[in-house]
Design a protein around this ligand. Sequence first.
Ligand code: AP5
Length: 219
Amino acid sequence: MKKELIFLGPPACGKGTQTNMLSDYLNFPHIDTGSLLRAEIAKETEEGKIAKSFIDKGQLVPVDLVGTIIGKKLASADCKNGYVLDGYPRSIEQAKMLDDINAKVDGEDKVSFKAIYFDIDTEVLIDRIVNRKSCPVCGEIYNKKYKPAKVSGKCDKCNVDLVTRADDTEEIAKKRFETYYEQTAPLVEFYENKGVLYKIDANGTIDEVWKRLLEVVNA
Ligand code: AP5
């Protein structure tokens, strides 16, 4: 049965780290709206210019822009057995849009849909954000304190220089948290009411969270 997995949780709760591993484990595409938008910014497309003006303020990018990107991805052949969707939806409006996209793509087919919520103590998150580094080629995520690269500043896999995200400053991170609590956090109740919410404790090491995640995914 097709597995549709979406991930909820505040900035830096570890969604990207875990969903990168999960996509390899399941051999499903990892669809990460933050990275897709940053790729548009890097290419300096019209969509990228619009996205940048919102991301730089820690706000959500307009719903139609993200919806178009996601609609195309979820309808593509590589999602036919399932997908790992990281960073979408981020508002009730986007969640309703996702329901419409899935209904159109899946038709009468039976699917397993899980919304996996990373429950975490928020005081650790700013520290994680300001110490994050990532690989501009493969997207591997590092942390100067919690997941250092083997050779400082270089990706273990690609050996290219690691970069810091433009929105990983303390000031923008605070805005991202405000946006998260206003617009995204209500999705926990939204999916709980639909009976598809799976909460995991996202405190602890990357390995500890991974084990908890696999229990939910394989249940
Ligand atoms: P996005 O890129 O999705 O950012 P985010 O949601 O703020 O999430 P993060 O990527 O910051 O964190 P994460 O949970 O993936 O944590 P990670 O694994 O990296 O979105 C960026 C922006 O794009 C948004 O603000 C918005 O403007 C726009 N956008 C995106 N989607 C949108 C949408 N649907 N609609 C509208 N706008 C949208 O981990 C963080 C750090 O901690 C890393 O350094 C990692 O190594 C480390 N770490 C991970 N796990 C652990 C652990 N267990 N212990 C210690 N350290 C850990």
